[in-house]
Design a protein around this ligand. Structure first.
Ligand code: 13P
Length: 248
């Protein structure tokens, strides 16, 4: 059985003081012990949040990284630097990075390889635009993204990789994919992984849904057969809401 994973993506929100307040609210709340909980916070909050979650089972994630260890890459953060802080996860290829910061299938693949080298678990984001869905090409797009992200990755790593299916039209819009559509795409992603690595390995990979996940729709999403968790933006910014998601 795959352990459900609920991850908060704080995006570009929370100063250090705000981050400490939020994480205190989350760690002091009652949390379902059978769910893996991750908070993916801005770089500047990582150290302080790491201190706050010590001794709890809350995991820490970053929202991006470079693939090189060091070098002349002004403004970038390396996997070595993140490893030093002791992060567990890193989001790679979020649609906002693909859209605004030139992230490509190729850089996603480089970052995934680099994260695995440092024992940091990648949460790889994939998903189609509204236009691609309306044209009926959503599965082609997602398949291309999944295959490119996993190029030259050995099967032994698949259990450590999380994929988040986030249809771009559902992010921050209040529109969610229907439970059935989300589950259908997620089982298609698992099939794509199975085609490459075989059924047994593909069953070990956790695949989340993301896009306007809220306390009032999490239960139905998690009831679907292939959905292993959620990657949550807006509703991860309030301790009460995030706790409701964890305790779906
Ligand atoms: O992009 C997301 C998580 O990575 C989803 O954001 P929202 O939950 O705010 O729609």
């Amino acid at each position: 059985m795959r352990t459900p994973i609920i991850a908060g993506n704080w995006k570009m929100n929370n100063t250090v003081d705000e981050a400490v307040n939020l994480i205190k609210g989350i760690k002091n709340g009652e949390r379902n012990a059978d769910v893996e909980v991750v908070v993916c916070v801005p770089f500047t909050d990582l150290w302080q949040v790491k201190k706050e979650i010590e001794g709890t089972n809350i995991k820490l994630g970053a929202q991006n990284m470079h693939w090189e260890d060091s070098g002349a890459f002004t403004g970038e953060i390396s996997p070595l630097m993140l490893k030093e802080i002791g992060i567990d996860y890193v989001i790679i290829g979020h649609s906002e990075r693909r859209q605004y910061f030139n992230e490509t299938d190729e850089t996603v693949n480089k970052k995934v390889k680099s994260a695995l080298k440092y024992d940091i678990r990648p949460i790889i984001c994939v998903g189609e635009t509204l236009e691609e869905r309306e044209k009926g090409t959503e599965k082609d797009v997602v398949k291309r993204q999944v295959k490119a992200a996993l190029e030259d990755i050995e099967g032994k790593y698949i259990k450590d990789i999380v994929i988040a299916y986030e249809p771009i039209w559902a992010i921050g819009t209040g529109k969610t994919a229907s439970n059935k559509d989300a589950n259908d795409m997620i089982s298609f992603i698992r099939q794509t992984v199975s085609d490459k690595y075989g059924e047994e390995i593909s069953q070990k990979m956790r695949i989340q849904y993301g896009g306007s996940v809220k306390p009032n729709n999490i239960k139905e999403l998690m009831a679907e057969s292939d959905i292993d968790g959620a990657l949550v933006g807006g509703a991860s910014l309030k301790a009460d809401d995030f706790l409701k998601l964890i305790n779906f």
